[in-house]
Write a protein that binds this ligand. Structure first.
Ligand code: ATP
Ligand code: MG
Length: 443
């Protein structure tokens, strides 16, 4: 590393290239983003567009940062670099830029690369089309293994993966697939049509990327073909892109559960506060509703002041169990479990779980309160309230994401803080409702 930095500062191009190009492109990318703009400009001088393209194929940065980097380069250099990148990655970057800039780069770019990228730019974000690449290998069925191997040899350098070879008909409709292993291990004179697998699993071009990830996981393929409604082969999605999708979706679900629009490690405190505050302010008002509810029971509270001691316990516990069942439900929905198991059976199980949790915690607290405060009825009341709130809160934690799923809202937005605050409200209502009802016994 020191050699590389030193060579850059000393303007020793050959030395820089000698050390830098030995690094894996990912490490090159890590090095690149750590440099100052001046040093980066020197890197553009010392590296070719093709070498820069490898770095950009391995960059994982925010949208705005791409704009910054590209603006530092000469437009021709950008166009050439994008042309050398994998079409799907180049399209990802271009989709963050203004239309005018995109058109600009595409006109100076090599025609063939421009066509590939342009084709990919139409697809909506988060669909199969937006993450697929057009650099796949397709052959016809009416040929021998020998001639297929020749095609493979010729096209391998430009394909994103050569492990699966897709078979298409005259209309470019997907009719079969075979793996490299199958090709290598079969007789040279065998016909492709006889040995290909003709029951091909594929995804539709506007299918959600999460759905694609699920299919990839379930079938254990290294890539999946993407087709349109008429089964024309449009592209492929490789497993490395799916790894990104899975982590993207998990981060997304996680931040929504925490009530943060996106995980904000890279922001400064002002921006972070700005992003997190909206939810908190909404929750503040929901919290005020709880406060208001408690004040309505002022009368009860005045007569039996000791009730106040158990408010945090009951509200807190209902929040805890609600968050647990929420997290489980959101995760299960994301994994597509709803298709395997109906919503009623899912809710039924959650209700039974809630009952068992409520029963256990209720019993324990009844005994504890009785031993501690020597008041039998107080113990029974707190236990009963805890039993009821935990049952309701557990079901609520699962019910709300299911409900949102039904409304086609992402269930993860039923965020943890929201469930907690809502459960506060419910638990206070149950606790004081019961206390007011059984006031005579408490006095
Ligand atoms: P095996 O694991 O049986 O040794 P392999 O290692 O050659 O096979 P895998 O990646 O494990 O290849 O794929 C298993 C099989 O699935 C291969 O026969 C391959 O042709 C087939 N296959 C690949 N993609 C698809 C697809 N989209 N739809 C259906 N079958 C496919
Ligand atoms: Mg295998």
């Amino acid at each position: 590393m020191e050699h590389i930095v030193q060579a850059l500062y000393d303007e020793q191009m050959e030395q820089f290239r000698q050390h830098f190009l030995k690094l894996h492109p990912y490490d090159q990318a890590k090095f690149y983003i750590k440099q100052s703009p001046e040093v980066r400009k020197r890197m553009y001088e010392y590296l070719s567009p093709a070498e820069m393209a490898e770095i950009f194929d391995h960059l994982d940065i925010e949208e705005e940062e791409y704009k910054t980097y590209l603006s530092e380069m000469d437009p021709l250099f950008v166009a050439q670099m994008l042309g050398h990148m994998y079409a799907d990655n180049a399209a990802d970057i271009l989709s963050e830029l203004d239309k005018k800039e995109v058109a600009n780069y595409l006109t100076i770019m090599d025609n063939e690369a421009a066509k590939d990228i342009q084709g990919l730019l139409h697809y909506k974000e988060y669909t199969a089309g937006s993450i697929m690449t057009t650099e796949y290998i397709a052959i016809h069925a009416n040929q021998t293994v020998r001639s297929a191997m020749q095609i493979l040899k010729k096209e391998a350098a430009h394909a994103e993966t050569i492990y699966y070879i897709y078979v298409v008909n005259e209309q470019h409709q997907l009719v079969g697939v075979l793996s490299l292993r199958e090709l290598l291990t079969s007789d040279d004179d065998a016909m492709i049509a006889d040995m290909m697998n003709d029951r091909v699993v594929s995804v539709f071009v506007d299918e959600d990327q999460e759905e694609v990830a699920r299919k990839m996981q379930n079938y254990n393929f290294l890539s999946l073909p993407v087709v349109d409604a008429n089964n024309h082969l449009l592209g492929i999605i490789t497993v490395d892109d799916i790894v990104d999708v899975i982590s993207e979706e998990a981060t997304d679900d996680y931040s929504k559960l925490a009530g943060v629009p996106d995980v904000d490690i890279q922001y400064n405190p002002f921006e972070a506060a700005k992003k997190r505050l909206p939810w908190l302010i909404i929750l503040l008002f929901l919290g005020m509703m709880t406060a208001n509810l408690i004040s309505r029971f002022e009368d009860t509270l005045q007569k039996v002041a000791i009730l106040a001691v158990f408010i945090p316990l009951i509200a807190g516990m209902s929040g805890n169990t609600g968050t647990q069942s929420l997290a489980v439900a959101v995760r299960r929905l994301a994994m597509g479990d709803l298709e395997k198991e109906g919503k009623w059976s899912m809710l039924g199980r959650e209700a039974l779980t809630g009952l068992l949790i409520g029963l256990s915690c209720g019993l324990i607290i009844t005994i504890v309160v009785y031993v501690w405060k020597q008041q039998f009825f107080l113990g029974v009341l707190v236990g009963l309230a805890l039993f009821a709130t935990l049952t309701v809160a557990t079901v609520a934690g699962a019910l709300i994401p299911l409900f949102m799923h039904k409304l086609r809202i992402d269930p993860a937005v039923a965020s943890g803080p929201f469930i907690t605050t809502l459960n506060d409200l419910i638990s206070i209502l149950i606790y004081f409702g019961l206390a007011t009802m059984f006031m005579d016994y408490l006095l």
